[in-house]
Design a protein around this ligand. Sequence first.
Ligand code: PGA
Length: 251
Amino acid sequence: MARDYLMAGNWKMNKTPSEAKALAEAVKAMPKGEGTRKMVAPSFVCIPAVAEVLAGSDVELAAQNMSSVEDGAHTGETSVLMLKELGVSSVILGHSERRHIYGESDEFINAKAKLALQHGLDVVLCIGETLEEREAGKANDVCFAQLEGGLAGIDAAQMAKIVIAYEPVWAIGTGKTATPADAQAVHEACRGKIAELYSQSVADAVIIQYGGSVKPGNVAELMSQKDIDGALVGGASLDAESFASIVAFDK
Ligand code: PGA
C-alpha cells in the first residue's frame, strides 16, 4: 500500500513569533514531491502568526503538546479548544522531551491523545527507547509498551488520525542517527505490533515517521526503507534551506 511521506518540522522552543512567521513563509514556498506532506509544529505563542501565513496552503499546522483536559484551572496549560480555533490540525504527543524532562507517562499521553481525537485533531504519537534500553536489547519492547499505552482505548477507525513517530532518544539532537537498517527494523516491528493490536490493513495504512538527527545528507536513505514514511525533524527544520532539501528528498 502506498503511504504518503510526512515531513514535519518540530521547532521545539526555538523562533520568536516574527522568526516563526518568516520560516513558515519559506516552508509554504518549498517544492515537494507527489505523495509528500509538509507539516510544521511551532511553539504555542507562535501558532497565531504561523497560522495566518499557512491559511489555505498545503502545509499542515501542528502543536507540540496540549493539555490532557479541555479547560479549567490548569495554570500554564494550553487547551485543545484554543488550538482548534487557531487552525491547528495535529498535535505531537509523547515527544521524548516531554517524557524524559517533564515526566509524562503513557497513561497521561493516552488521555491527551483521546481528547485530541475527540476534538477532531490528528495525533503524532512519539515513541522511542533510550540508549540504555537499546543496549539492553529492549528497543522493540519499549516501543511496543509505548504503543500499547499510548493507543489504549483508541479504535481502528480512529487509527486513520494517528501517525507514529519513532525517535530513538539517543539520536535526538545528538547528531547520531540510527542506521537506516536499524531504524527499519524497529519500524517493521512496530507495524507488526499495530497489526496485532488492530489489523493488517490498519498497520499497512499507518504512517510511521523516523526522527532523530534527520538531515539533508541522510534523509533519502532513511526514506528508502520500506517502513519509514517520513521524518520528524528538529534541528534541521530550523534552517529553511536544510528543511527544503529534506522535504524534496526524492528530487
Ligand atoms: P533532531 O530532533 O532532529 O534535532 O534530532 C528530532 C525531534 O526531537 O523531533
